[in-house]
Design a protein around this ligand. Structure first.
Ligand SMILES: Cc1ncc(C[n+]2csc(CCOP(=O)(O)OP(=O)(O)O)c2C)c(N)n1
Length: 632
C-alpha cells in the first residue's frame, strides 16, 4: 500500500486529510522516524512525542507565512518531513545532508536556526514585534519543551513577552522530561497539572466554556473568573496568567482534533500572548523509547559493533567517582546533561554532591563560584558548545576572583553529526584570553585523569577540554599524579620539523610523523598539553633549532593555540621560523561524521602529514616569523 506520507509535499497537502487519514499518517511518520534515526543516529524520543502536535500545527497555521519556531530544534524531524524535505530525510545528519536541527539555509519553513535550548520565545517575540512594526499579519508560534523552560533565557523571554504584550503563541510541549527528568520549581508546577485529576476536571470545564463563547475578549474575561474560582489548586493557570499570558490547557498532545481546536482559538481570538499547554509522551508509539526515554533521547548511528576504548566522558566520570571518595569537598555540577557526562555512577554513590541545575549554564558556573568561596571543589561538567553561554560568568564570577573552579569540558573540538550549533571549536580561543584561567587538553584518556586531578589541586580556575570520542586505548594508571602546569612533553624526536599538537590532535600527529619518516622527513612531535600557559621554554628552545613548525588543534585558528605560539615566538624575538597553523578556518563547521570533517580540515594523520610536507616544500607556510615582525 502506498504511503500517505509520500503524498505530502508541503503543509497544504495536510489540510485536506480526514481524521482517519491523519491517524494513518502519524503512524507512517513514526515508522519513518524510527527507521531513519536508528540508522543515522539522532534525537528519537523527542521526535516521537511531537508527531501529532506537528501535524496539528501545520494544519492550523500557514507556514512559511506564519512562523513556527521549534526550541532547540532537535524535535523538528516531523516538521521536516511535512515541509518538503521527505526525500532528503535519509541524509539526516550526514555530511551534505539535512541538519538535525532547524536551519534557515535549509528551508523557508525554518524561520529561525536552533540547536541551543531556550531561544524560541525570544526569537518569536522579535518576529512578532517586527510584524507589528511593519503592519503585517501573520501568526508567530514558539514551541518550547518543559526542559527548555528551565533555561534563564526562556524566563527572560516570558518576562519580556508579558511586558511588551505582542500577540504570539507559545506552545508548551510538556513531557516531564528534559534529557533526564526536568528539574526545578517550574517542573513541579507542570507535573501538578499532569498528575492532578482535579485540575483536569477544572480544565475540562474551561475547555467547554472556551468552546461555546463567541468572542475572544470574553473568553479571557471568563478565564479570569475561572482562574480565581479554582485558585486553590489551579496554580499553573494562575502562574501563566499572572505573568501576562492567556493560558489554555492542558490538552492531550496526541489528540490532533483537540489540539487543532485549541490552536485555532489561540490563533483567532487572542489579542495577547497565549500559552497553549500540551501534554505529550516522549518516545510515544515505539515501545523501547516509551520505556526508556532517557536513552532514546539521542541515539548514536548504527555501529559495526567494534569494542572501543572507554570514552573520555566515561573516564571523566570514573575519575570524579574515585576522587569524590577521597575528597568530601568535591562536588559536580551539570546543567541538565548527567547522561552525556556519564555522571550516573557518581550520582548513585554521592547523590548529594552531584547537582543537576537544569539547562542553566550561566547559573551552573556561578553556583560553582559560590561553592568555591566556601572551600568546596566544584567541577562544572559541561559541553564545550554550551559553555559559550557562560562566558561572562567564567570571567566575572570565577576568574576575576581567582576561584578554584574546575571546568570539565566535554565535546571539545569537532563533535560531528550535530553540526555547527554543537561543534566545540571555539573554546581554546575564548578561554585562553581570560586572565587567571589555565587551559589544558589531554593527549589521551590516561592523561585526562591526571589533568583532572591536577585541576582539582590547582587552587585556581582551570579548564580541561577533551573530545567526544572513545579514548586512544592506552593503559590507565592506578595512581593519579599532578602534571606541572604549563608543561609540554616531547613524544618523538626529529630535526626537520616540529609538530606542536594539543589534545585530540596528538595521536594523529604521531601517526603523521610515522608517515613522514617513510619519506625521510624527521618530525619532532610535542604533546603541548596546555593552551595556557604555554611551555615557553620548550617551544622557544625548539624554535631556536628547528626552523619549521606546525601547530595542530581542533579549534579555530583565530586566537587559538597556534596563535598563542606565534605570539610567544614574536614576543621572544625568535626569528626566521616558518610556521603552519592547522585548525579550523574562520567558519562554522557543518554536520558530518568526525572522520569526514577531520579529513576536510587536515586534522587527521594524512592531513597533518600533507600540510607538514607542504610547509617543508615551501608551499604551505602561513607565517614567517622574522626580525622585521618582531616589534610589531
Ligand atoms: C543551552 C543548551 N544546553 C543543553 C542542551 C542539550 N539539550 C538538548 S535537548 C535537551 C532537553 C530539552 O528538553 P525539553 O525542552 O523538555 O525537550 P524534549 O526533548 O523533552 O522534547 C537538552 C538539555 C542544549 N541543546 N542547549
Amino acid at each position: 500500500m502506498s504511503r500517505l506520507l509520500d503524498k505530502i509535499d508541503s503543509p497544504a497537502d495536510l489540510k485536506t486529510l480526514k481524521a482517519k487519514e491523519l491517524k494513518q499518517l502519524a503512524g507512517e511518520i513514526r515508522k519513518e522516524l524510527v527507521a531513519r534515526v536508528t540508522d543515522n543516529g539522532g534525537h528519537l524520543a523527542s521526535n516521537l512525542g511531537v508527531v501529532e502536535l506537528t501535524i496539528a500545527l501545520h494544519r492550523v497555521f500557514d507556514s512559511p507565512k506564519d512562523k513556527i519556531i521549534w526550541d532547540v530544534g532537535h524535535q523538528s524531524y516531523t516538521h521536516k518531513l511535512l515541509t518538503g524535505r521527505r526525500d532528503k530525510f535519509k541524509t539526516l545528519r550526514q555530511y551534505g545532508g539535512l541538519s538535525g536541527f532547524t536551519c534557515r539555509d535549509e528551508s523557508q519553513h525554518d524561520p529561525f536556526g536552533t540547536g541551543h535550548a531556550s531561544t524560541s520565545v525570544s526569537a518569536a517575540l522579535g518576529m512578532a514585534k517586527a510584524r507589528d512594526l511593519s503592519g503585517d499579519d501573520y501568526s508567530v508560534v514558539a514551541i518550547i519543551g518543559d526542559g527548555a523552560t528551565t533555561g534563564g533565557m526562556a524566563l527572560e523571554a516570558f518576562n519580556n513577552v508579558a511586558q511588551l504584550g505582542s500577540k504570539m503563541i507559545v506552545v508548551l510541549n510538556d513531557n516531564g522530561m528534559s534529557i533526564a527528568p526536568t528539574v526545578g520549581a517550574l517542573a513541579k508546577l507542570f507535573s501538578k497539572v499532569r498528575f492532578d485529576r482535579r485540575y483536569y476536571r477544572a480544565s475540562e470545564e474551561s475547555k467547554r466554556l472556551f468552546g461555546i463563547l463567541p468572542l475572544g475578549k470574553k473568553i479571557w474575561q471568563l478565564g479570569e473568573k475561572i482562574k480565581n474560582g479554582f485558585k486553590g489548586f489551579v496554580m499553573p493557570t494562575v502562574f501563566w496568567e499572572e505573568v501576562g499570558f492567556a493560558y489554555m490547557g492542558p490538552f492531550d498532545g496526541h489528540n490532533i482534533a483537540e489540539m487543532e481546536k485549541a490552536l485555532e482559538k489561540a490563533r483567532d481570538y487572542s489579542h495577547k500572548p497565549t500559552l497553549v499547554h500540551v501534554i505529550t509522551q516522549k518516545g510515544r508509539g515505539y515501545t523501547p523509547a516509551e520505556g526508556n526515554a532517557v536513552y532514546f533521547h539521542g541515539v548514536p548511528p548504527k555501529s559495526d559493533g567494534t569494542k572501543l576504548a572507554p570514552t573520555y566522558s566515561e573516564v571523566f566520570a570514573r575519575t570524579m567517582l574515585h576522587l569524590a571518595r577521597r575528597d568530601p569537598n568535591l562536588v559536580v555540577i551539570t546543567p541538565a546533561m548527567p547522561e552525556g557526562n556519564c555522571l550516573s555512577i557518581v550520582q548513585a554513590e554521592f547523590p548529594e554532591r552531584v547537582f543537576d541545575v537544569g539547562i542553566c549554564e550561566q547559573h551552573a558556573v556561578t553556583v560553582a563560584a559560590g561553592l568555591a568561596t566556601q572551600g568546596y571543589k566544584p567541577v562544572v561538567a559541561i559541553y564545550s558548545t554550551f559553555l559559550q553561554r557562560s562566558f561572562d560568568q567564567i570571567i566575572h564570577d570565577v576568574c576575576t576572583q581567582n576561584l578554584p573552579v574546575v571546568f570539565a569540558i566535554d565535546r571539545g573540538g569537532i563533535v560531528g553529526d550535530d553540526g555547527k550549533t554543537h561543534q566545540g571549536t571555539l573554546d581554546l580561543s575564548y578561554l585562553t584570553l581570560v586572565p587567571n584561567l589555565t587551559v589544558a587538553a589531554p593527549k589521551d584518556e590516561n592523561e585526562l585523569q591526571h589533568l583532572l586531578y591536577t585541576a582539582l589541586e590547582a587552587k585556581q580556575p582551570m579548564a580541561v577540554r577533551y573530545p567526544r570520542s572513545a579514548g586512544v586505548g592506552v593503559n590507565m594508571d592506578e595512581e593519579l599524579h599532578q602534571i606541572p602546569i604549563g608543561s609540554g612533553e616531547v613524544l618523538n624526536q626529529g630535526d626537520d620539523v616540529a609538530i606542536l599538537a594539543i589534545g585530540a590532535t596528538v595521536a594523529p600527529a604521531m601517526e603523521a610523523a610515522k608517515e613522514l619518516a617513510e619519506n625521510n622527513i624527521k618530525a619532532m612531535v610535542i604533546n603541548s598539553r596546555f593552551a595556557k600557559p604555554l611551555d615557553a621554554e620548550l617551544i622557544n628552545g625548539i624554535a631556536l633549532s628547528i626552523k619549521n613548525i606546525v601547530t595542530v588543534e581542533e579549534n579555530t585558528v583565530n586566537g587559538g593555540f597556534g596563535s598563542s605560539v606565534l605570539a610567544l615566538l614574536q614576543r621572544s624575538g625568535i626569528s626566521d621560523v616558518n610556521i603552519k597553523n592547522i585548525g579550523i578556518p574562520d567558519e562554522f563547521v557543518e554536520h558530518g561524521s568526525q572522520a569526514i570533517l577531520r579529513a576536510k580540515y587536515k586534522l587527521d594523520a594524512a592531513g597533518i602529514a600533507e600540510e607538514t610536507s607542504n610547509l617543508l616544500s615551501g608551499s604551505g607556510s602561513d607565517f614567517l616569523i622574522n626580525t622585521e615582525f618582531k616589534n610589531c
